[in-house]
Design a binder for this molecule. Structure first.
Ligand SMILES: Cc1cc2nc3c(=O)[nH]c(=O)nc-3n(C[C@H](O)[C@H](O)[C@H](O)COP(=O)(O)OP(=O)(O)OC[C@H]3O[C@@H](n4cnc5c(N)ncnc54)[C@H](O)[C@@H]3O)c2cc1C
Ligand code: SF4
Length: 453
C-alpha cells in the first residue's frame, strides 16, 4: 500500500481524504449559532477582552451589534480598528488574548467565542462587498510601503483613507505576506487571504508593485528621495541554520518553505511528504508543519523541542491540536547530527538536554529517531540588506512608541521590528499606528527629529 512506502512521496492519500483533512478548522457560525454565542456576552463596562486585543477592537459593541441582528454594523466596529479583522478572526490565538481575558472563561464555563463571532461579522460584510471607508481629499503626499504583509497592508489602508497615495513594494508575486504564504492551510481556506487583500485594496489609492525587492531592486535611500515617508513591514525573510552534520542532505527542509509550497499548491496530492517526519522547533511554525505533514499522509510525525512543554512558544491550543492529529511532541531533545543512507536522510541523532543554573545544556545521553524527512522550524531571522544605517536592536529594526526608526521619514512595524510578539494582529496594530504617526507628521509639515537614539 502506497501510504506505507518509505521516502518522500506525493499522493499518499485519496482526493476525499485530502479534502477532509484540509477543510476549515473552525467553520463560520451560521446566523442562529452567532445569535446564541453573542447572547452569552455580559457586555462588561470594563471589557477585559478589549484590553487584551492588540488592536483594541470594541468587542462588547461588535458582539452587541450581532446580538441585535446587525452583523454589517458589527463588521464596521471591527474594521475601524483592524482592517484585517477577517484574517485575525481565523488565526489569532484568542485562547491567549481576548478569550483568555473574558470574564466567562472560568473553570465551569467556556469564554464567549469572540474569534468566531468576529469571523461571522467580517465574513458577512466582505461577502456582501460592503465598504465602509471613503478616502479623504488628496493630500498630494506619496508614501512608500515595503512589504505587503499584515503590517504593510494595514499601514497602506490607513494612509489611503487619510488621502495619501501609497505605493507598496513586495518581493513576492502575491500580496498578503505570511497570510498568503505562512498561515496553516486549514485556517485560511477558499483563498481567503487574496479575497481579503482585494477588499483592503479596494479603498483605492494603493498601487502594489510585486517582484520588487529592497536591497536588490532598490534601496531605502532611493525611497527616501522619492517619497514623503516610508513604512517598512518586511517581516523576517531569513531562517536560522541548524549547524549540525547532515543539514544539507536531501530531505532536510525549511518548515516555512514547506508550508509556503503547500499553501501555493493547486492540488495537495502534488505535495510530497515523508513517511516518518521529524520537526525541530517549539513555535507555531513547528506545530503547523507537523500537523500539515500528518494531514498529507505522513505515518509518524514527531516534534523535537530542546526545552520543556512550558517553554514552547506554540499555545496550549496549538499543542493540543497537534496531538489530536496524532503528532508526537517530545521535549528536552536537541539535534546532534542527521544520519543518511544512500545519500538521503535516514534518521536524526538527538541529545537530551536539561537546565543547569538556568542555562540549557546537553546531558551527553543520545538517541536516534528514524526519519526520511526533517523540517527545521527553529526561528526566522531578519535580513538587513538595503537598509543602510538604520539602527537595529537585537537583530531587528529599533523603533520608538510611534513606530519611528532612527532615520528621518522612515517608520517600521510588524515582525521586522524589535519588541513585537510575532503575531498577525500585532503586525496590523503596528502598521495602523505607524500610519497615524506618518499622517500626523506630514500634516504638521515637518519630518520628525531622530526619535530613536
Ligand atoms: C508558519 C507560520 C505560521 C504562523 N501562524 C500564525 C497564526 O496562526 N497566528 C498568528 O497570529 N500569527 C502567525 N504567524 C505569525 C504571523 O504570520 C506574522 O506575525 C505576521 O505575518 C507578520 O506580519 P508582517 O507584515 O510583519 O510580515 P510578513 O507577513 O512576513 O510580510 C512581510 C512582507 O514583506 C515582503 N518582503 C520581505 N522582505 C522584503 C524585501 N527585502 N523587499 C520587498 N519585500 C519584502 C514579504 O514578501 C512579505 O510579503 C505565523 C508565522 C509563520 C512563519
Ligand atoms: S469579557 Fe467576555 S463577557 Fe465581558 S464583554 Fe468581553 S466577551 Fe463579553
Amino acid at each position: 500500500m502506497e501510504r506505507l512506502e518509505t521516502g518522500i512521496h506525493s499522493g499518499r492519500l485519496s482526493t476525499a481524504e485530502y479534502e477532509a483533512n484540509f477543510s476549515d478548522l473552525h467553520p463560520r457560525l451560521d446566523k442562529h449559532e452567532a445569535l446564541v454565542a453573542a447572547d452569552r456576552c455580559y457586555f462588561c463596562y470594563d471589557a477585559p477582552c478589549m484590553t487584551a486585543c492588540p488592536t483594541s477592537i470594541d468587542i462588547p459593541l461588535f458582539i452587541r451589534q450581532i446580538a441585535t441582528g446587525n452583523p454589517i454594523g458589527s463588521a464596521k466596529t471591527i474594521f475601524d480598528q483592524n482592517i484585517l479583522g477577517g484574517m485575525c478572526a481565523r488565526v489569532c490565538p484568542t485562547e491567549e488574548l481576548c478569550e483568555q481575558a473574558c470574564v466567562r472563561n472560568t473553570a465551569e464555563e467556556k469564554p464567549v467565542e469572540i474569534g468566531r463571532l468576529q469571523r461571522y461579522a467580517t465574513d458577512t460584510a466582505i461577502q456582501a462587498g460592503r465598504q465602509f471607508y471613503e478616502r479623504a481629499a488628496s493630500t498630494g503626499k506619496k508614501i512608500a510601503v515595503v512589504g505587503a504583509g499584515p503590517a504593510g497592508l494595514a499601514a497602506a489602508h490607513r494612509l489611503a483613507v487619510k488621502g495619501h497615495d501609497v505605493a507598496i513594494y513586495d518581493s513576492k508575486s502575491k500580496s498578503g505576506g505570511l497570510n498568503e504564504y505562512g498561515i496553516a492551510t486549514y485556517k485560511a481556506v477558499d483563498d481567503f487571504a487574496q479575497k481579503e487583500v482585494d477588499y483592503v485594496l479596494s479603498i483605492g489609492g494603493i498601487e502594489v508593485r510585486h517582484g520588487q525587492q529592497l536591497g536588490r531592486d532598490f534601496s531605502l535611500a532611493d525611497l527616501q528621495s522619492k517619497y514623503d515617508a516610508v513604512f517598512l513591514g518586511i517581516g523576517l525573510a531569513g531562517v536560522n541554520a541548524l549547524r549540525v552534520d547532515g543539514e544539507n542532505l536531501p530531505g532536510v527542509d525549511d518548515a516555512v518553505d514547506f508550508i509556503a509550497g503547500l499553501r501555493q499548491a493547486a492540488n495537495k496530492a502534488d505535495v510530497a511528504i515523508g513517511r516518518r517526519v521529524v520537526v525541530l522547533g517549539g513555535g507555531m511554525t513547528a506545530i503547523d508543519a507537523a500537523v500539515q505533514a500528518k494531514l498529507l499522509g505522513a505515518e509518524e510525525v514527531t516534534i523535537c523541542y530542546r526545552r520543556g512543554k512550558e517553554h514552547m512558544n506554540a499555545s496550549e491550543f496549538e499543542q493540543d491540536l497537534a496531538t489530536s492529529k496524532g503528532v508526537i511532541i517530545r521535549h528536552w531533545l536537541a539535534p546532534k547530527s542527521i544520519l543518511s543512507q544512500d545519500g538521503k536522510v535516514a534518521a536524526i541523532e538527538v541529545e537530551y538536554t536539561k537546565l543547569a543554573n538556568g542555562r540549557l545544556v546537553t546531558t551527553g545521553e543520545t538517541g536516534v529517531i528514524a526519519a526520511d524527512q526533517i523540517f527545521k522550524a527553529i526561528g526566522q531571522t531578519f535580513e538587513t540588506s538595503g537598509l543602510g544605517s538604520l539602527r537595529m536592536e537585537s537583530g531587528r529594526i529599533a523603533i520608538d512608541g510611534e513606530g519611528r526608526t532612527s532615520l528621518d521619514g522612515v517608520w517600521a512595524g510588524g515582525d521586522c521590528v524589535f519588541g513585537g510578539d510575532d503575531l498577525t494582529v500585532s503586525a496590523v496594530a503596528q502598521g495602523r499606528d505607524a500610519a497615524e504617526s506618518i499622517n500626523r507628521t506630514l500634516a504638521a509639515g515637518a519630518q520628525p527629529a531622530v526619535a530613536v537614539a
